[in-house]
Design a protein around this ligand. Sequence first.
Ligand SMILES: Nc1ncnc2c1ncn2[C@@H]1O[C@H](COP(=O)(O)OP(=O)(O)OP(=O)(O)O)[C@@H](O)[C@H]1O
Ligand SMILES: [Mg+2]
Length: 245
Amino acid sequence: MEIRVEQLGKIYPDGTRAIDGISFKLSPGEQVTLIGPNGCGKSTLMKCLIGLEPPTAGAIRMDALDLTALRGRALRRLRARIGCVFQQMNLVPNLSVIQNVLFGAMGRLGYWRTLDLTASAALRAQAMSALERVGLADLGGRRTSHLSGGQQQRVAIARMLMQDARVVIADEPVASLDPRAAAEVMDLLCEIVEERGMSLICILHQMDLVARYARRLVGMRAGRIEFDLPADQCPGERIEALYRS
Ligand SMILES: Nc1ncnc2c1ncn2[C@@H]1O[C@H](COP(=O)(O)OP(=O)(O)OP(=O)(O)O)[C@@H](O)[C@H]1O
Ligand SMILES: [Mg+2]
């Protein structure tokens, strides 16, 4: 899926200008890493991209569709193609691991059919193979809140595998993980994205992870894009300048 963001703006109802004229294009299968200081608008941009916050200016096109003009069923269908892995893992803590993974099929099948089908053998087999892919085959029956942070992020990735996602939006997916778990989850995420030819937009804060994983690096500051460069051509000063007050 190709994503085009055109002159996007977002002013929250309380007057906060979170995004101030952002444009970029993401080709199918492309991976981009987004960095910038706290409050510069990264999460707001992600929320606009998944249709969770309506932008107040500009347009978001996914292939030929204008996300901001879609409503109801058409919007849900498009959203089903966007996988999310967030810092707050937005899993349901009181449900089992496998139930959380099964919810990944909801956007594709609809709420009631997913509930109906959570008992269906085919869907369960698919969820099991997603859990296997992320290395959690033995933990399907576990209560999700009893897993470690790294394991919970793997559940979120397995849930995304149940979608027909073409794009993955990852908002600080490894923020609360120790360095080793962070690298494992990032490796897994990147492998899966590549395997399936999905596009990835990933917000990272730790510069060692940026150095290791970023290909195309987009730097944001105060609601704008300051640079958009191949990571290996991005001077350290430009990154430092983002964080200077
Ligand atoms: N629902 C909201 N209502 C009003 N203002 C908001 C809302 N959500 C975010 N903001 C404000 O919008 C700006 C951008 O916030 P955003 O969460 O997008 O930043 P961020 O780059 O993701 O920061 P961080 O690195 O801390 O996650 C901030 O000034 C924030 O306070
Ligand atoms: Mg954020």
